[in-house]
Design a protein around this ligand. Sequence first.
Ligand code: PLP
Length: 400
Amino acid sequence: PRHFAQRLAGLPAPATIEMARRARALRDEGRQVISLALGEPDFATPPAVIEAAHAAALAGQTKYPPVDGTPALKAAVARKFLRENGLTYTPDEIMVSNGGKQVIFNAFMATLNTGDEVVVPTPYWVSYPLIARMFGGVPVYAPCHEADGFRLKAEALAAVMTPRTRWVVLNFPNNPTGAVCSKADLEAVADVLRAYPDVWILSDEIYEHLVFDGQEFASLAAVAPDLKDRIVTLNGVSKAYAMTGWRVGFAGGPKDLIAAMRGVQGNATSGVCSIAQAAATAALDGPADLVRDMAKTYSRRRTMVVEALRAIPGLTCAMPEGAFYAYPGVAGCLGRTTAGGTLLETDRDFAVAFLEEENVATVPGAAFGLSPYLRFSCATDDKNLQEACARLSRFVKNLK
Ligand code: PLP
């Protein structure tokens, strides 16, 4: 027999990756596929950032970097937290990882024991429950509703806290809904967390710069400084600076937890690519107007897409306040049959048939723990987005 670890039993591959794979297969058959499946900025990394990487490589920054990040990047991260979030972190409270994803992996591996509960508001980014389960954690879901603009209500959180809760995960602006929690929302959530002093809190703020309509982003540790010694503030350069391929994420957190996370990473990947760290340093210290311009573009696209979706009979769509996704509801289309003869019983049926019949890849809400919805990534150009909405309109009009 061939042996695989028990901890992987029943762990599915993320549906986002599955839909992207199907889209690629259809494209290889020669079809004109529009993929709105992945959450990846369509912008190029700023040239000054690439130049900084080049210069670092030529200057000999090509040796093993420290496990927790180069002193230069950690200093830039500390400046970023202070300047943008009003948070003070010392160097031993900061750690750099291979993307925000590895921050989560490190934190959960360093703290979870079998049966520990990880509270995740739904809908969620697919990786939180999957990583928790790798380490014996049990995901527990706190529902956020379309009627509340998908913001987390304190009562929904309070209702699922138990003595076994070890982590609470917060992610606003949210992937997949684009929901943003206001300072007041976070204050109410913090009140719930105060009653559970042994619980760690992951605040995933990776979409912080993509907040629209003049709203202000609020960082949990700044809203509730008394909780800061158990909050991991996660951020990174992937989304804000169009740097998904460089694999640089970072976290601010309490010294003891950061040390444990450093221990995990030291045995897994060691420090992040030294050249990518030089690039991330330049991005964080670079001009803020690049990020603001990208946010303006995402905001404009969001309005265009949501208006097009709302014009389709049978669909609903909350107005996302941040990030670069729309999360239309498809309840009004279930029970009907597509032009190609597929009965739509679930949002997964919907997403698969829409891809097969109209060549547009989206991700079904089931992947994010809240059905029946689709996630539309708006990180592609206007022409693709308009064409995708036109195809969706035709797909729905043809339902019988
Ligand atoms: N957090 C959220 C909510 C995300 O959507 C993503 C990427 O999709 C990440 C974290 C991780 O990004 P990265 O590992 O590229 O930093």
